[in-house]
Design a binder for this molecule. Structure first.
Ligand SMILES: O=P(O)(O)OC[C@H]1O[C@@H](O)[C@H](O)[C@@H](O)[C@@H]1O
Length: 314
């Protein structure tokens, strides 16, 4: 049989697509997956933090992780994709989350690996599921937020990209409120050549300018200094990151309406003990999809889902 013209997803009878592999590293406390084409993802159980995602057959790293990131769970990982839940930013007064730390507790606790699912038809993909339940929370967080919840976080690696989806379930009988965000540190070659499309004409809260409200007047955003903006109710689902004018990433929101753009730049980077190298701000850009405008209200017994698909365009 002449196989030269065979579409990649149609196999002769009896022939199976090579499967993805999943490895659990007890020592490093990580779960990693590798596709037959060599693309990989690694998730640290602490925080269910994606700490590496490589495409191009495993050659192109897409997330930035600080050389001084703390991996033992005593501090959230500086880099990768930390999960922000159930509050974004510093806790506010007079709210059920007011005794929680900045960005909540999900990035500070060990998650359980629930298992994996591999697709062996069509193009190959692998889904890793992680769970966090109120009953397993350390006492300090359980006391600060004594609500019954279950979180399932699915990290799916495919040839299309990396999909990270959260399901929040209210296991109690009365409603609770939460915010959620994926604090993705994208790796870029040179921040001075990096631009962001998809946020033109959108309204943002500028934390660098005393949390004042502004509208982005240009279609494209360049990063030339510290940036810490929360774009609220973004119309377009895709935020694109370009390098030297060429597409580098598409970040596609799923049931999330907000996006934070963050780069600490020189002084703020120096002020973070776990940020290294000091000029690492030149190689990272946080594009953080989330639901952070006000609160998501979830009735007892109900579930909510939201997340992102990131495509690496190299
Ligand atoms: O140092 P942390 O807690 O990881 O937060 C990093 C940044 O996270 C961003 O999401 C916030 O908008 C910034 O204000 C904050 O500085």
């Amino acid at each position: 049989m002449d196989r030269r013209h065979k579409p990649s997803n149609i196999l002769p009878p009896g022939e199976k697509l090579p499967a993805a592999t999943v490895d659990i590293d007890e020592k490093r406390q990580t779960v990693s997956a590798t596709l037959p084409n060599g693309d990989t993802v690694e998730v640290l159980l602490y925080g269910a933090t994606v700490t590496s995602w490589k495409n191009g057959g495993g050659k192109t790293e897409n997330v930035w992780v600080s050389e001084k990131a703390i991996w033992d769970g005593s501090k959230p990982v500086r880099g990768g994709i930390p999960i922000v839940f159930p509050n974004f930013g510093p806790p506010i007064k007079d709210h059920a989350t007011s005794a929680l730390p900045q960005h909540g507790f999900a990035r500070n606790v060990r998650w359980e690996f629930l298992g994996s699912e591999k697709s062996e038809s069509g193009t190959s993909s692998v889904k890793l599921d992680f769970g966090l339940y109120s009953s397993a929370l350390p006492a300090k967080f359980r006391e600060a937020w004594p609500l019954d919840f279950g979180l399932v976080y699915s990290v799916t690696l495919s040839e299309e990209g990396l999909r990270t989806i959260m399901t929040v379930r209210n296991e109690g009988s009365s409603a609770f409120e939460f915010q959620f965000l994926l604090h993705t540190y994208l790796r870029v070659n040179d921040i001075s050549q990096t631009t962001i499309n998809g946020l033109g004409s959108e309204t943002y809260i500028d934390k660098v300018l005393n949390a004042t409200k502004h509208e982005q007047t240009t279609p494209s955003l360049s990063i030339t200094g510290e940036v810490d903006r929360a774009y609220i109710g973004v119309k377009q689902d895709t935020t694109s990151v370009l390098e030297g004018g060429s597409p580098r990433f598409d970040v596609i929101r799923d049931n999330l309406s907000d996006t934070v753009v963050w780069n600490p730049w020189i002084e703020k980077a120096k002020g973070m003990g776990d940020f290294a190298p000091q000029d690492g701000y030149k190689n990272m850009l946080c594009v953080e999809v989330g639901a952070i405008d006000g609160w998501q209200k979830l009735e007892g017994g109900d579930a909510w889902e939201g997340g992102q698909l990131i495509k690496s365009l190299l």
